[in-house]
Design a protein around this ligand. Structure first.
Ligand SMILES: [Zn+2]
Length: 220
């Protein structure tokens, strides 16, 4: 029995470690502040493009440049950015991150993330049962492997959000410079060359820069 609970716990932690550590971790900090911001003056443009009534807030994360869409329809769209990300981007770079998060909302990605995670988790539980993984070591290894599989699978939603963003931007150059800045700031999250690549859902910075360059050519 305990190996099932152990499996579920490790699986959920590995699947959601970025949200747990950077989002929940920051929100639960004493004296944390959620600040509503004006979206660098492009909020009305964003509302027009996405047809959404967006609320943009920052969390007091000062080290990493990260962003989250925290809601899904039927709830109102609320996006959260770390102070570091929000402060470092200029309006045309911010347009990319805001459109990326809007894309997640418009395509119901948070619901799809949840269903994928539960679905893959249930298949995993069945395997734990079927192969009688009573050893905690096996349950641990298997939960990590399955979480990595989940992360690779749902990266498709990240590609969709980036595609939505790049095709709706005034100027995709902002996507290039935003990713150069984020890559520099998020050194330890930039898992392209390391094992971390397995554990981060986001599309690698280099791939996003290529997407933007391709779009610039199409726009010519
Ligand atoms: Zn995303």
């Amino acid at each position: 029995m305990f190996n099932y609970l152990f499996f579920v716990l490790i699986y959920l932690i590995v699947c959601n470690w970025i949200q747990l550590y950077y989002l929940l971790g920051n929100v639960l900090k004493p004296h944390h502040k959620l600040t509503t911001v004006d979206g660098k003056g492009i909020l009305s443009k964003l509302n027009k493009k996405t047809k959404l009534n967006l609320t943009i807030k920052t969390i007091a994360e000062k080290k990493k440049a990260i962003g989250f869409m925290v809601t899904s329809p039927p709830f109102k769209p609320v996006m959260l950015f770390s102070e570091r990300l929000y402060n470092v981007l200029n309006p045309s770079e911010f347009e990319w991150v805001a459109l990326h998060e809007s894309g997640h909302y418009l395509m119901w990605h948070n619901v799809k993330f949840a269903f994928s995670q539960v679905g893959i988790g249930i298949v995993g539980l069945f395997f734990v049962y079927y192969f009688k993984m009573t050893s905690f070591m096996f349950a641990f290894l298997f939960s990590v492997i399955l979480a990595v599989f989940y992360i690779q699978f749902v990266r498709i939603f990240e590609y969709q959000a980036d595609y939505y963003a790049v095709t709706h931007m005034d100027n995709p150059k902002g996507m290039i410079t935003a990713n150069i800045k984020m890559k520099k700031i998020n050194k330890t999250l930039d898992g392209n060359k390391t094992l971390l690549r397995f554990f981060v859902i986001a599309v690698p910075y280099e791939v996003r820069i290529k997407m933007a360059k391709r779009q610039l050519k199409l726009n010519e």
